[in-house]
Design a protein around this ligand. Structure first.
Ligand code: NDP
Length: 461
């Protein structure tokens, strides 16, 4: 019999914490989980799921544009933001309920409270002022949008901006919105607001958005945004923001003053370790405040682990879930298992989508591979009658020596759905010959991936 109240105490009821607590409880451990707000975490409450619902809503406007080419005559379409937000909130409430039920069904005690460290085995519940001890502790507190703009100083007026957290609950759809950042969240929300009818300007400090993605995909996305009427301001940063009447005025480093109704910051996220008092338990943090972990998600205190966004490894829900499963194997099943962060597919839910798995052309060359590159760009069948000039771009990076497919990149409709399955092939070590030997499924966009016979070019490092 252990001297602790619980075998495992999980801090945070997001994707990682929920999965770890359920699996540990099902493996026989006595588990408690503290969540200070709502069960489900960023993904369910104010991230992936509500975002995708807004993406679906935003795409109707383009379907209406395509409809006449297919013989449909429509009346004047009207969009009502409060209806969308209310319906989205109802679905999120339903999902939150399911999460809670599943965790409880597994035998986990849910404590609706904020937990902070008292010492290496003791947690204080801040609201109830109760102390709880546990043999093992898992930190799965996630992260939050950063508001710190600027490299050397905080931008005056930054507090007037919203982040993605507030974007999900705006009272009305802004008529004009500026979005700062060039990552996943900035680009997804830029397309959401544009599709719903707002005038959108993306303000990005670099030379093209989506650093880390393949350059051809980044160029295709930039061109597509401009074609669709989204303004993309590159090499641009805010220097000052102020409220004048009902409007916001943003001054930029280019000397411009832009008037708008909302400004959204999507300039990265910071780990939720503030006031968690991890130092009382001997847990070390990194430069950004992330919990430092080893290959098994173990912190500098051997009985304390951390998974998901708070570790700032890969900020993706399925990665947090995978890390949770590996944690339970390691800490409760006597089967030390390292999370595998290779071949993780990801997608940016712009319209159309940008999705990728494996290495970019630049990364492959950087790692010393000689590569053959296969590229295809085409007008998807849907758009032949629709009449808009939308194109899809697909790209395969192949190791010239081994014939292994090192990376696959798609900018086009349904890219995310396609890349999920390509990830299976890459994980299994598929070669270009395997792709070529696979019979096409016609007529689809995905068939292009198994019919690219002519090499576009080769490169050596
Ligand atoms: P990202 O890290 O993707 O992008 C941050 C962006 O902000 C970058 O373009 C960065 O520029 C810019 N930036 C950083 N600091 C500043 C600054 N001080 N001033 C101006 N610009 C700045 O962060 P996000 O917030 O978009 O998303 C966080 C993470 O969440 C993502 O990395 C992703 O892992 C995950 N996510 C995944 C989604 C999905 O799977 N579809 C959807 C949403 C989020 P630079 O490139 O120059 O550094």
């Amino acid at each position: 019999m252990t001297k602790y109240d619980y075998d495992l105490f999980v801090i945070g009821g997001g994707s990682g914490g929920v999965r770890a607590s359920r699996m540990a409880a099902l493996a026989g451990a006595r588990v408690a989980l503290a969540e200070e707000w709502r069960m489900g975490g960023t993904c369910v409450i104010r991230g992936c799921i509500p975002k995708k619902l807004l993406v679906y809503a935003s795409q109707f406007s383009e379907n209406f544009l395509d409809a006449p080419g297919y013989g449909w005559t429509l009346g004047e379409p009207k969009f009502d933001w409060p209806t969308l937000i209310a319906n989205k909130d109802r679905e999120i409430d339903r999902l939150e309920g399911l999460y809670k039920t599943n965790v409880e069904k597994a035998g986990v005690t849910i404590l609706q409270d904020r937990a902070v460290f008292e010492d290496e085995h003791t947690l204080l519940l801040v609201n109830s002022q109760k102390k709880i001890t546990a043999e093992k502790i898992l930190i799965a507190t996630g992260n939050r949008p950063t508001r710190e703009m600027g490299t050397s100083h905080v931008i005056p007026g930054g507090e007037l901006c919203i982040t993605s957290d507030e974007a999900f609950h705006l009272e009305k759809l802004p008529r004009r919105i500026l979005i700062a950042g060039g990552g996943y969240i900035a680009l997804e929300f830029a397309h959401i607001f544009h599709g719903l009818g707002a005038k959108v300007s993306l303000v990005y400090r670099g030379e093209k958005p989506l650093r880390g993605f393949d350059d051809d995909m980044r160029d295709a996305l930039c061109a597509s945004m401009q074609d669709r009427g989204l303004e993309v301001l590159l090499g641009c940063e805010f220097t000052k923001i102020e409220k004048r009447g009902d409007c916001l005025h943003a001054e930029t480093n280019k000397g411009a003053v832009i008037e708008c109704d909302q400004i959204m910051l999507a300039i990265g996220r910071q780990p939720n370790t503030m006031a968690l008092h991890v130092e009382k338990a001997g847990v070390e943090l990194g430069r950004k405040g992330e919990v430092k972990v080893d290959g098994y998600s173990r912190t500098s205190a051997p009985h304390i682990y951390a998974i998901g966004d708070v570790t700032d490894r890969m900020q993706l829900t399925p990665v947090a879930i995978h890390e949770a499963m590996c944690f339970v194997e390691t800490a409760f099943k006597n089967n030390p298992t390292r999370p595998d962060h290779a071949h993780v597919p990801s997608a940016v839910f712009t319209t159309p989508e940008l999705a990728a798995v494996g290495l970019t052309e630049m990364a492959a060359l950087g790692l010393g591979h000689s590569i053959d590159v296969y590229k295809s760009t085409f007008k998807p069948l849907l758009h032949t009658l629709g009449g808009r000039g939308v194109r899809t771009l697909m790209k395969l990076i192949v190791d010239a020596k081994t014939d292994k497919v090192l990376g696959c990149h798609i900018f086009g409709d349904h890219a995310a759905e396609i890349i999920q399955i390509v990830a299976v092939a890459l994980k299994m070590g598929a070669t270009k010959k395997d792709f070529d030997g696979t019979i096409a499924l016609h007529p689809t966009a995905a068939e292009e991936l198994v019919t690219m016979r002519t090499k576009s070019y080769s490169k050596t490092p």
